[in-house]
Design a protein around this ligand. Structure first.
Ligand code: PRX
Length: 652
């Protein structure tokens, strides 16, 4: 099990939820009643919710089709359009003037984009994409900074039935190339550059480089002018976003697609092989995005301002910066830059300036801001905040307590939401005005979600015992597969328990009160600053450097990032000056800066068992500076251990 930061504070208090009679779930009886509805009539309840919460162009007659499990289908004969659900229906309801997006650029400019304006922009973009040959089922890669045009591009794809694949803007051109190729994308939407830490960082050159390695499926690159930086231009291929949109009418009939139509592909790291293109389907995903906004955050679109700080390059940004809030007809905040620019008060200033009432971020950001000191939040009025959320990694009790006291003023419930790229939306989380919380626990599965902690044979483990987290029944926003590799989908998520359960890849335990505690990944996936990174991906990046013969990567606990990347490297020749820096740069170039190893240790060989398996647990102990707990009797060469341990001080 990979290391989660070790907490010094043992916070055993239970925090009772604030009373709010207007909340959708105002106590645990309401929660239990909803759960009971699913127990009594699983498909009927999902069907009622889907009919009630989404606008269908063609109503569905079947709710769940499990005839080809684990390839489940939801609302399969129904048809709908996501942009219509996120925009037109709110405009038609008279909400055209309400802010859909409040955007703040890093230099400080602010844009309020109303639902009516957003609809117009999305229609123009959809028309422009169509004019460039994009149609239903085509894949469009979106490689963008956090600017409103990113959301416009996503929604424009949905308008015409194209399947988008957002690639995080800080991924390398190599990573971008790999994803474009895998998805067989026809178009890339990007920007010239974006603001980060007070300077413009170019983005388009990464696209140019990725395409220079050959992506024959790409026909066009649309380029939003944001940074104002000069970029190379390939005539016939590259298209300026702004004039292309201006030339189009602001009306575009939404194309109704089947509920199972792939809405998007989002790549995420696994324990083996290259990143997996997780497929999400239209109807089920949108339903759960909307419902979880209402349930987990108690979102009230008429009065709340919701801010999820995640980048749209991650699932959190998809579901909770774009689709969830817009499906509800509420206001979502987007911010372009880094949280600490120009100072560590930036997030709190944004909360104050835009009257943010629901705030959602990752524990790693909280820990970084704790370090910056309480004076920063104290300078800003955070009194509008009523619910705080966290996501991406286990939250340590210190960070939870600080968030609760300093940001929430002791009055705001905290929702610690456990979920994954694959689950599409929240799975295990408190309900803010119903669930008594325990710092560090994601508490209970949402109504409709059936989760268990089981042993290797799939039997539930007793309270207090660690086990594997599984989901025992399908749910509408579940992944539909891995792009181009259905067998890998079955192997990764369903094989372990012979098709009975969805295997999440996390360890967990339930305490005596039935609270779920997530204990971290049980596979070779690291969680660095709430981002998933496969150790094998980083190892492949390292061995692609000419100086490296062999590499093993493990995680070690880190105060801010949760987990840090620790690489053990065997060189082909003797170590030379500056090689550590060079290797870190190389990994950044291959994958992206987030994957850069924090520590690199060189050795003559890696510790292996007699059968040749790298002893990863041993490496994890060495990386963390812990006493070695592994059985070393099968180890080939004991000298290696001393060599690796002795580099503890000089690792950076
Ligand atoms: O290990 C769990 C951790 O993040 C993984 C999912 O990563 P990703 O697909 O990138 O999605 C992150 C955002 C949803 C999970 O397998 N994780 C996520 N949320 C939590 C968490 N671990 C503990 N507590 C959480 N609240």
């Amino acid at each position: 099990m990979s290391g989660v930061i070790e907490s010094v504070l043992h916070e055993l208090r239970v925090f009772t939820p604030p009373q709010d009679a207007q909340a959708r779930f105002d106590d645990m009886d309401a929660y239990r009643a909803m759960r009971q509805r699913f127990d009594d009539d699983f498909t009927g309840t999902w069907g009622d919710l889907a009919a009630q919460h989404l606008s269908w162009s063609k109503p569905f007659s079947t709710v769940l089709d499990d005839s080809d499990a684990p390839f489940f289908k939801w609302f399969a004969d129904g048809e709908l359009n996501v942009s219509e659900n996120c925009l037109d229906r709110h405009v038609a309801a008279g909400l055209g003037g309400r802010a859909a997006i409040i955007w703040e650029g890093e230099p400080g400019e602010v844009r309020h984009i109303s639902y009516a304006e957003l609809l117009g922009d999305v229609c123009r973009a959809a028309n422009a994409m169509r004019a460039l040959g994009i149609g239903k089922g085509d894949r469009v890669v979106i490689y963008m900074p956090m600017i409103p045009e990113a959301a416009v591009a996503m929604l424009a794809c949905t308008r015409i039935g194209a399947t988008h694949s957002v690639v995080f803007g800080a991924f390398s051109s190599k990573a971008l190339h790999e994803r474009i190729e895998d998805a067989g994308a026809k178009m890339v939407v990007t920007a010239d550059g974006a603001w980060r830490r007070g300077a413009v960082h170019a983005l388009k050159p990464f696209v140019d480089e990725a395409l220079s390695w050959g992506c024959p499926s790409i026909e066009h690159v649309m380029v939003v002018r944001r940074g104002g930086n000069a970029v190379d231009w390939t005539d016939g291929r590259d298209v300026d976003w702004q004039p292309a949109l201006a030339a189009q009418p602001d009306v575009c009939e939404p194309l109704a697609v089947e509920s199972e139509h792939p809405l998007f592909i989002l790549y995420t790291s696994g324990s083996t092989g290259k990143p997996k293109g997780i497929i999400h389907a239209t109807g089920g995903y949108l339903l759960w995005g909307r419902l979880t906004m209402q349930w987990t955050f108690d979102f009230r679109p008429e009065s709340d301002v919701f801010w999820c700080t995640a980048d749209i390059g991650w699932i959190t940004g998809h579901t909770y910066s774009v689709y969830g809030p817009l499906a509800c007809g509420g206001t979502t905040v987007m911010y372009e830059g880094v949280p600490t620019y120009p100072d560590a008060g930036r997030l709190w200033k944004i909360c104050q300036d835009h009257a943010v009432s629901l705030f959602y971020t990752a524990p790693t950001a909280i820990r970084a801001l704790i370090k910056a000191g309480d004076a920063w939040p104290a300078r800003h009025d955070l009194s509008k905040i009523r619910v705080l959320g966290t996501v991406g990694e286990p939250i340590n009790p210190e960070a939870w307590m600080w968030y609760h006291k300093v940001i929430g003023g002791g009055r705001c419930p905290i929702v610690d939401t456990w979920w994954q790229t694959e689950t599409g939306g929240h799975m295990i989380t408190p309900l803010p005005f119903a669930t008594a919380t325990k710092p560090g626990s994601a508490t209970f599965p949402l109504p409709g979600i059936f989760a268990e902690v089981v042993d290797g044979e799939g039997e539930p483990v007793g309270h207090g015992q660690g086990g594997l987290l599984v989901v025992t029944r399908p749910w509408p926003s579940m992944l539909r597969g891995i792009w181009g590799d259905p067998a890998r989908y079955v192997r990764t998520y369903w094989q372990k328990f012979e098709g009975r359960y969805y295997f999440a890849g996390d360890g967990a335990r339930k305490d005596d009160d039935g609270y779920y505690w997530i204990m971290g990944r049980v596979d070779d996936v690291l969680n660095v600053s709430g981002h998933r990174l496969g150790t094998m991906e980083i190892e492949s990046a390292l061995v692609s450097h000419p100086a490296v013969a062999e590499a093993a990567v493990v995680g070690r606990p880190d105060d801010i990032k949760g987990e840090a990347v620790c690489a053990f490297v065997v060189l082909k020749q003797a170590e030379r000056e500056g090689l550590r820096t060079e290797l870190r740069k190389h990994v950044a170039h291959e994958i992206g800066p987030i994957a850069k190893p924090d520590d690199i240790r060189f050795a003559d060989s890696l510790p292996k068992t007699r059968s040749g398996k790298i002893m990863r647990r041993l490496l994890r102990d060495i990386a963390a500076g812990r006493d070695i707990t592994s059985d070393m009797s099968t180890l080939e060469d004991h000298k290696v251990i001393e060599q690796l341990q002795s580099q503890g001080q000089e690792r950076r």
